[in-house]
Design a protein around this ligand. Sequence first.
Ligand code: ATP
Length: 390
Amino acid sequence: MKIVLENLTKRFPNRSKKGGADVIAVNNFNFEIPDGKLIGLLGPSGCGKSTCLNLLSGLETPTEGRIYFDGEDITDVPAENRGVGLVFQSYALYPHLTVLRNITFPLENLKGNKKMSRNEMDEKALETAKLVQIDGLMERKPSELSGGQQQRVAIARALVKMPRVLLLDEPLSNLDARLRLQTREEIRRIQRETGITTVFVTHDQEEAMSISDMIVVMKDGVIQQIDKPQTVYNDPQNLFVAKFLGTPAINVFVGSVKNGVLYIGDDEAMNIKCDFNGRVMVGIRPEGFIPNKNGGLCCKLTGVEVMGRDTSILSTHYAHEGEIIRSIIGSDDAIEITEITDVLDSKIEKRLHPDSGSEIKTETIRFSLKPRKVYIFDKETEKRIPFEAV
Ligand code: ATP
């Protein structure tokens, strides 16, 4: 089912004794969720993800705007009549009921022609339990299940009424790392098998990247970017999005563009074609660095870590925002560790200490940059500035 959000806004009154402006948890959202897709709402704590989900489910009423399910305006339709299945971070299972009765619970009070016999309910519950692979646990109580199994029961309970839309609010937060991975794959599989349009809330970018068809990146109630996961990573529209996605995180430097040269600090990092001249922030993905004796970016080396296939070079630079620059030299760059070491060895700089006059050694490493992994942002607006490498 296609979902459309039109000028959707939710304001909460500021309850602080000193007064102040309302909190705009969801600020003028306009987007479409195509039928059968899984959309990830991604952003830091407090950015409005849960509020957006609650507006879709009917648990919250919008201050302005409309919501359409398959063209039908459901903004004023009560939650129970919207045909949505909800799964929260806390599984909220009934402890005294078996798995079977927890799953059949939403079916017990169906009225009119939807009313089901006990047998029909049990059959439906078993069918849904098979989908989430807990059909062998039907007689257990929640306390006799692992966290992952409990969350599957919660998902089965949300699915048993065959909702038109499935809404998941941080469903994996209570699971340990291994189970998180496994359960997110499961959710993806179940979503594909059922074809139910699904909205998945998370603050974990890796989680959103791995299971979503589209990601909505949010900050302070404002949409920053809506795109396919790979596009959000490869083509971030602003500095916030660039920083929010990627592990290890993007390296951010203070720089400038002057007459076709991109400077990082005072280093002439790259020749570019760009309409902009002035102060910028420069983001470089860890995989965007190439150790090169003649490279324009000169960093102080602090370490080399070999991690299986890849080698990670740790360095610092005075124009870098964070502490350590993490660059990853992948096997596709065909640079052997010995070569990197050669680069390092050839670059032992000798300088005199300004106070003592004694000789100090600084190991430096020079990098050239992969233009497609370099992003330039306006220092004021933090919006992406397009450029071409020359
Ligand atoms: P988290 O990841 O921490 O759950 P979130 O992105 O889901 O955060 P929301 O819970 O949607 O964020 O909250 C968005 C903003 O709206 C926050 O500033 C929050 O304090 C505020 N807010 C949420 N619910 C209410 C409410 N009932 N009354 C007042 N303010 C609220």
